[in-house]
Write a protein that binds this ligand. Structure first.
Ligand code: KMH
Ligand code: ZN
Length: 322
C-alpha cells in the first residue's frame, strides 16, 4: 500500500479517499444554518457530498424536530435508504454517537444496519466542547448550551472492554471494518496492542483526529508526531486519514495528503471553510479538498476503489432498511 511521503519518493499520483462527515454531534443548529439536521437535509447533503467526490459518508443522526444528536435507529432509517438509492458511497455509521450517550445507545444503529464501515473510538477521554458556548447567544433550542456545558463534567467512555465488544460484535459478527479514531498517540498504542493480539487486521484505516479538546491539538507538529508514531507501531499494516476539528480542517487535511494519507472533511468537524467563513454545505468542503488533491496531481478514489483499498465487504451485504 502507498503510505509514503515526498521524502520517500512516493510523490506519484495516487488515489485519495475523501470521507465526508456530514452532521456529527459537536455543532448545534444555532451555530450554522447550513448544518443538516432533518432526514431530508442529511440525505441531500450526503448525496451532494458523494457527487462532489466523497467516497465515504460518515453518518450520525439528529432528532428531526430540534436537531439534537440522536442514535435512534428510526432516525437513521429515515435517511439511509434515500442516500443508498441515490449514490454508491460507502456508508460509515458512527459508534461514537455523542460523548453523552451510553455505549448501548451508541451501538444500536450499527447493530441494526451491519454497515460496511463504522467508527471505533480508541480510548476514553474528556471531549470538551463547552468552550464553543461563549461564541453564541440567542440559542434556538435550550438543549444546545446545556449539551455543551455537560461536556465539562462527563467523559467519552471507550474502555478496552467496550472496544473489544465492538470488534467482536460489529467486526467479527457483522463484517464491518473500522475507521479507528485516534485522538492521541496513546490511542495508536492501543490499536497496536490489538494488532499484536490479532484482534484487528490490516489494512487498518486510522483516522488521526486533531483538534478535539481533550485530545491532541490541531498543529502540523502534532500530525507529524501521530504519523511517526503510527509508522513505528503499525508499520505496513495501516493507511491513514486526517481530520482536524475546527478552523484548521482544510490545512491539516492538505498536510495529510502531502504525507501520503487520505482526508476527512465535513460539517461534523468544522463549520467553516477558508478563508474563515461558514461553509455553505458539506459538498463545498469536499470540492475544496478535491481541488487541492487534484492540483497536487492526485485523484480522488471512487467508492468502489475505496472498497478495494479498505477491503470492505460491499454494500450488498448491508441491511439498508435497518
Ligand atoms: N467528530 C469526531 C471528532 C465517531 O463518530 O465515532 C469524532 C467522531 C467520533 O467522528
Ligand atoms: Zn462522527
Amino acid at each position: 500500500m502507498i503510505k509514503g511521503n515526498l521524502s520517500e519518493g512516493a510523490c506519484v499520483s495516487r488515489k485519495i479517499i475523501i470521507t465526508c462527515a456530514v452532521t456529527g454531534s459537536i455543532y448545534t443548529p444555532t451555530m450554522s444554518p447550513h448544518l443538516p439536521v432533518t432526514p431530508a437535509e442529511i440525505a441531500q447533503s450526503s448525496i451532494e457530498a458523494a457527487e462532489a467526490g466523497a467516497a465515504i459518508i460518515h453518518l450520525h443522526a439528529r432528532v428531526p424536530e430540534d436537531g439534537r444528536p440522536s442514535a435512534d435507529p428510526d432516525h437513521f432509517r429515515a435517511f439511509i435508504p434515500v442516500i443508498n438509492d441515490s449514490c454508491d458511497a460507502v456508508l460509515n455509521i458512527s459508534t461514537g454517537g455523542s460523548s453523552l450517550m451510553s455505549l448501548e445507545t451508541r451501538l444500536a444503529p450499527a447493530r441494526a444496519m451491519k454497515p460496511e464501515m463504522c467508527s471505533l473510538n480508541m480510548g476514553s477521554m474528556n471531549f470538551g466542547i463547552f468552550t464553543l458556548k461563549r461564541k453564541y447567544e440567542n440559542w434556538q433550542h435550550e438543549w444546545e448550551p446545556q449539551l455543551l456545558d455537560a461536556t465539562r463534567h462527563t467523559m467519552f467512555t471507550n474502555t478496552y472492554q467496550d472496544i473489544e465488544n465492538i470488534l467482536a460484535d460489529l467486526g467479527d459478527g457483522a463484517g464491518a471494518r473500522f475507521e479507528f479514531e485516534c485522538y492521541d498517540m496513546g490511542h495508536i498504542e492501543t490499536l497496536a496492542y490489538y494488532l499484536r493480539q490479532g484482534l484487528v487486521k490490516a489494512p487498518l484505516y486510522v483516522q488521526f483526529v486533531l483538534g478535539v479538546m481533550g485530545g491532541i491539538g490541531a498543529s502540523p507538529e502534532n500530525l507529524l508526531a501521530m504519523k511517526s508514531c503510527a509508522d513505528r507501531l503499525l508499520g505496513d499494516n495501516y493507511q491513514f486519514s486526517v481530520l482536524a476539528a475546527g478552523r484548521h480542517q482544510i490545512e491539516l487535511a492538505t498536510m495529510g495528503v502531502i504525507l501520503g494519507g487520505n482526508v476527512r472533511v465535513g460539517l461534523e468537524d468544522s463549520l467553516t471553510i477558508p478563508p474563515g467563513r461558514l461553509a455553505t454545505s458539506n459538498a463545498e468542503q469536499v470540492k475544496k479538498i478535491r481541488t487541492i488533491i487534484e492540483e497536487m496531481g492526485h485523484s480522488v478514489a471512487t467508492p468502489e476503489e475505496a472498497r478495494r483499498m479498505l477491503c470492505l465487504k460491499g454494500r450488498g451485504a448491508v441491511n439498508m432498511a435497518l
